[in-house]
Design a protein around this ligand. Structure first.
Ligand code: NAD
Length: 358
């Protein structure tokens, strides 16, 4: 039987970019006779408007039953003033934790055609191909206790808890080592082991786990240095593995090396390889509705979905080749536009990928 995909368009540019990804999915579904089926549900601000919560139980149930999930992005100023417990981002954190999506894969790959769109010099970024493996279901984003409390002197204090158990570190470490085996066999583990006990343990556990992967080179780097190295000499990295918060920040920095955050896809996988696929960027409320958002990160997320959850690597390759062709043809959305290329809208970019696929 064909696989079933749950689509969560979300907020802001979410519906615009997912529409283009869906065009691509429909084309490959027909062309390769995949028998994929789809359903749409709400998550984020749009779900708050309808259900009063960012992720309804019924939606979570549909997500559990799906073979894969495609997400646009959630959030926006309309919901920023709501109580913390029902903000759009809570829906995202809940679906990640409830489905056990602990391994977030974020490839930062610079297409040669976009070398001029990068904020760094061509010689520093050309040929860039990094995989950031971010732990997604633990760390400070989930650690308890957390909150904002009133101290004895009446002053308020915000607090969070940064913690990682050995088993959490081992499972993400395994993902990084396994991924490195399919690439250049180098893992750099990023921590702040000079200050944070949680990451001292992280480093120790990574070293122990490394003994099972002697064919992969392991190095360690403090997160502040990693941030610097990413903009100084990013090509030194192959696989970079780190915790939730550091991964969040470093992957945005890595995104800019590739020209635009609008080019960066991601996969969030559970232990069986089932997953949710989404662009690395947010809902970009500043450009929502203008038809100028770059849909390629979402289209490339579809390609990751076909590769990792649906075991269709040939179809994934076809989409990536089509994206390369479209860039060769000079089509660029505003975020990656440089002089001499052809500026196109969100839907024109989607159409161009579709045309390159047929
Ligand atoms: P953002 O990623 O939405 O936008 C940052 C900048 O990048 C903006 O200038 C935006 O216009 C631009 N940008 C983002 N995606 C683009 C695309 N596809 N094409 C062209 N330009 C693009 O980050 P933000 O502004 O910090 O956050 C906006 C909202 O998104 C907030 O509510 C935030 O909480 C939410 N958010 C959601 C997710 C998610 O759903 N996974 C991730 C990050 C932020």
């Amino acid at each position: 039987m064909g696989k079933h995909i749950l689509i969560l368009e979300g907020d802001g540019i979410g519906p615009e970019i997912v529409r283009e990804a869906r065009k691509v999915l429909d084309v490959v579904n027909d062309k390769f006779d995949l028998g994929l089926t789809f359903e749409n549900e709400l998550m984020g601000g749009c779900a708050i408007d309808v259900h009063g919560v960012p992720l309804a139980d019924s939606t979570l149930e549909r997500a559990r039953l799906a073979d894969a999930i495609l997400l646009g992005a959630v959030g926006g100023p309309k919901w920023d003033k709501l109580d913390r417990s029902i903000r759009p981002e809570k829906g995202l954190l809940k679906i990640r934790s409830q489905l056990g999506l602990y391994a977030n894969l974020r490839p930062a790959l610079l297409y040669p055609q976009l070398v001029d769109a990068s904020s760094l010099k061509p010689e520093i970024v050309s040929g860039l191909d990094i995989l950031i493996v971010r732990e997604l279901a633990g760390g400070i984003y989930f650690g308890e206790p957390r909150g904002i409390r009133v101290l004895e002197n009446g002053e308020r204090e915000g607090y969070n808890t940064y913690k990682y158990s050995e088993s959490e570190i081992i499972r993400i470490g395994r993902t990084a080592f396994e991924m490195a085996r399919k690439r250049n066999r180098k893992v750099c583990s990023v921590d702040k082991a000079n200050v944070l006990e949680a990451t001292m343990l992280w480093r120790e556990v990574m070293d122990t786990l490394h003994k099972e992967y002697p064919d992969v080179e392991l190095s360690h780097m403090y997160v502040d240095n990693a941030a610097m190295q990413l903009v100084r000499a990013p090509k030194q990295f192959d696989v970079l593995v780190t915790g939730n918060m550091f991964g969040d920040i470093l992957s945005d920095a890595a995104a800019m090396l590739t020209g635009s955050i609008g080019m960066l896809p991601s996969a969030s996988l559970d232990k069986k390889g089932r997953g949710m696929y989404e662009p690395c960027h947010g809902s970009a409320p500043d450009i929502a509705g203008l038809g100028i958002a770059n849909p390629l990160a979402t289209i490339l997320s579809v390609s990751m979905m076909l590769r990792y959850s649906l075991a269709l690597p040939d179809v994934a390759d076809a989409i990536e080749v089509a994206v390369g062709k479209v860039l060769d043809q000079g089509y660029r959305t505003a975020d990656i536009y440089t002089e001499g290329t052809k500026k196109v809208s969100t839907s024109q970019m989607g159409d161009a990928v579709v045309a390159a696929l047929i």
